[in-house]
Every structure is written in structure tokens, then in C-alpha cells.
Design a protein around this ligand. Structure first.
Ligand code: GLA
Length: 376
């Protein structure tokens, strides 16, 4: 055990759940995520050396990264996200000082709740704080995304890192991924609440399938841009897509159809939440899942079984996969006083269908980055 009083600051960043707007951030669409109380905490102190030393509360590995050779962290199993984040922060012209960090992550790994974004964002913010630098959470998010893309090799959009850095307690973020304009929408669900469930299927090939989907949307834009004038796929309307579908292969058309229709659902979902129409929000969640299953093909049998068990529960207004897919979590809108029954019945039905034991997380909607000076 470490004693947190041996450290100067604790800097945290959030995991996230995406309510709706899946696989549209890298197409310039709007997304609707929220930051979670599941998060990565970094306890940090200066060490007067030219190294960043990292230990973890939940694994025995220890990592020591030379500040002038952060590339060397690339092959690490644990510590590579931190190394990539430090490198991007440094390459952007910021000061790095030698420090010791203890990393304590409560975002479950591989769950689709963005543990990697929480690690990247909190690491950069901790490095800034310990060097005495002010930081802009949006810049931190952008550099964390760069670390994920250029260091970890996942060609991700901006949603996860943005939510992790800029989230706000009890609010969802309506984020325009093209302009980075944002609107905080109070997460007011009346007598309903969000329930996050993990299908617990081991992830496989997520990165390669993710990058493949992204390439397909780029192919769609390449064909559609000259005839529509769109600068990103999210700007193509469903009518334009139908008009020009002949320019696309069948599979690329299906991917593009998901993107343009999902963008419309995000708009409708934010409006529904603002006027308190939670029933409508639930229907949009169900439609999003169906589209991710049938058109984008990123759900898989386990997420389908979990979403469908949730959707069949009488206290549930809607359920969908959240995050990249291919395993990970669902998010459901459930009547608050029936959550216990929901967990039990959905858990049982899911186990009957797949043999896996779903895990339900207790989490609330929280702030993005937090910085606290540790009192001695
Ligand atoms: C992952 C990526 C995000 C986003 C989602 C799908 O979480 O990191 O940028 O593309 O998948 O919506």
C-alpha cells in the first residue's frame, strides 16, 4: 500500500459512457457522452531526476521512463499509454519534470468505458500540474487522442478523451466533433436512471476492426464529397445518401447509412432529453443499437443478447451498446426503483443466452479532470 500523504497532488480523469452517437465522432458528427465517477487517479510528486517513475495500485509492474527517450515505452504492456501521453505533451512544447506517479484506475479495462482515455488525460494533467503549468482541458484531450492514435495505434475520434477531460457532473455533453463546440445538457431522466452493464466477453481484434470501420467511412466520404459538397460524412443527409448510393459498394453504403442516421438520432435524443421525453430517448437508444448491429456490424452476439434482455424488461425504456463495440458495455434507461430487479432478471437472461456473467457497474455522472492538492 502507498501512503497518499507522500504525494503532492492527486489528479483524476473520468471514464465515459456514450448515451448516443456511436461511431460518428471520426465522421465529424455530434456525440452525447457523459463522464463517469469510474476514473483514473494519479498521485504525483517531483523526484528531482530526469525520469517518470510509475507504479500501479492493482498490478505489481513498475515502469521508469527517461524523459529524453519516451519512445522506449511503446512496447510496455502497462505504462505505454502514460509514455505516449507524456511524449505528446512534451512534443507540444510543454515542460516535463521528473516525478513519481501512482496510478489507481477504477475504470474496468477493456469494458468500452474508456479506461485508456482516463489514463491518458489524467497522466497529461498530472504532468502539467507537477511542472507548475496551467493547462487547457481541451488541449489535454487533443494530445491524449494523439497519444492513442500515434503511440497506441488506434485511429480513434475525439469523444472519449474530450469527455474524460471536459465532463461535467450530472450533465451529458453534446459535442460537435467537427468544430469541438459543446453544450452541457443536464442529465435529467425523471424517475429513470442509467444502468451500465458489461457483457464480459473477452475483447478480440477491436483495434483492427475499429480501424477498418473508420477506413470504410473515409471511402464513403471520398465518393460522396464531390457530388454533395460535404466535408465530412456527418454532413451528408439521408436523402443525399440514397440518391448517390450507386457510387458505393454495398458494405460501404451500409456503414454510411448508419453514420448519417445516427447523426439524426443524436439531434433528436438531445432534444428529447431537454424536453423530458425519456420515452422517446429510450426508443432512439434501441434504434441506435439495431443500426450498430445490422448496418455497422460492431455488436456481436453477446452485446445483442445483453441489449435485447434489457429491452425486454418492463422497467427499461431503451438499451444499446456503448463505445467501440465488439464486446464491452451496454447503457440502459431503467426506472430507478426497479434497478435491482432489472439487474437480476437481465443478468439471468443474458447468462442463459450466452453463458457469460454480466457485470453491472455502480457509477454516477461526474466531472472530467479534477486536481486536488494533498494535505500533509
Ligand atoms: C471508441 C473511440 C471513440 C469513438 C467510439 C465509437 O470509443 O475511442 O473515438 O469512435 O469508439 O463511437
Amino acid at each position: 500500500m502507498f501512503d497518499e500523504r507522500d504525494y503532492e497532488y492527486v489528479v483524476t480523469a473520468a471514464g465515459r459512457v456514450n448515451i448516443i452517437g456511436e461511431h460518428v465522432d471520426y465522421c465529424g458528427g455530434k456525440v452525447f457522452p457523459a463522464a463517469l465517477s469510474l476514473r483514473n487517479a494519479v498521485y504525483v510528486r517531483r523526484n528531482g531526476t530526469d525520469r517518470i517513475n510509475i507504479s500501479f495500485t492493482d498490478i505489481p509492474d513498475k515502469v521508469s521512463l527517461p524523459i529524453d527517450d519516451l519512445e522506449s515505452g511503446k512496447s510496455l504492456k502497462y505504462g505505454n499509454y502514460q509514455a505516449g501521453s507524456a511524449l505528446m505533451w512534451k512534443n507540444a512544447g510543454h515542460k516535463l519534470v521528473g516525478c513519481d506517479m501512482v496510478q489507481d484506475c477504477t475504470v474496468p479495462f477493456g469494458s468500452g468505458l474508456s479506461s485508456s482515455a482516463a489514463i491518458e488525460v489524467s497522466t497529461i494533467a498530472a504532468l502539467a500540474v507537477i511542472a507548475g503549468e496551467e493547462f487547457d482541458p481541451v488541449e489535454v484531450a487533443l494530445l491524449a487522442q494523439k497519444a492513442e492514435r500515434e503511440y497506441a495505434g488506434v485511429n480513434c475520434g475525439i469523444m472519449d478523451q474530450y469527455a474524460s477531460a471536459c465532463g461535467k457532473k450530472n450533465c451529458a455533453i453534446l459535442l460537435d466533433c467537427k468544430t469541438l463546440e459543446r453544450e452541457y445538457v443536464p442529465l435529467e431522466l425523471g424517475e429513470y436512471t442509467l444502468v451500465i452493464a458489461d457483457c464480459k466477453k473477452p475483447h478480440s481484434l477491436v483495434e483492427s476492426k475499429y480501424n477498418e470501420r473508420r477506413a470504410q467511412t473515409e471511402e464513403a466520404l471520398k465518393a460522396l464529397a464531390p457530388v454533395t459538397g460535404a466535408t465530412c460524412l456527418a454532413e451528408v443527409t439521408p436523402v443525399q445518401l440514397e440518391e448517390h448510393k450507386g457510387l458505393l459498394s454495398e458494405v460501404v453504403y451500409l456503414r454510411a447509412k448508419h453514420v448519417v442516421e445516427e447523426c439524426e438520432r443524436v439531434h433528436l435524443a438531445a432534444e428529447a432529453m431537454k424536453r423530458g421525453d425519456i420515452r422517446e430517448l429510450g426508443k432512439l437508444l434501441n434504434a441506435s443499437h439495431a443500426s450498430l448491429r445490422d448496418l455497422y456490424e460492431v455488436t456481436g452476439k453477446e452485446l445483442d443478447a445483453l441489449a435485447s434482455a434489457a429491452q425486454s424488461h418492463p422497467a427499461c425504456l431503451g438499451s444499446r451498446m456503448t463505445g467501440a463495440g465488439f464486446g464491452g458495455c451496454t447503457v440502459s434507461i431503467v426506472k430507478a426503483d426497479a434497478v435491482e430487479d432489472f439487474r437480476r432478471k437481465v443478468g439471468e437472461a443474458y447468462e442463459r443466452a450466452t453463458g457469460y456473467h454480466a457485470k453491472f457497474y455502480d457509477s454516477s455522472v461526474s466531472d472530467g479532470i479534477t486536481v486536488t492538492k494533498i494535505e500533509k
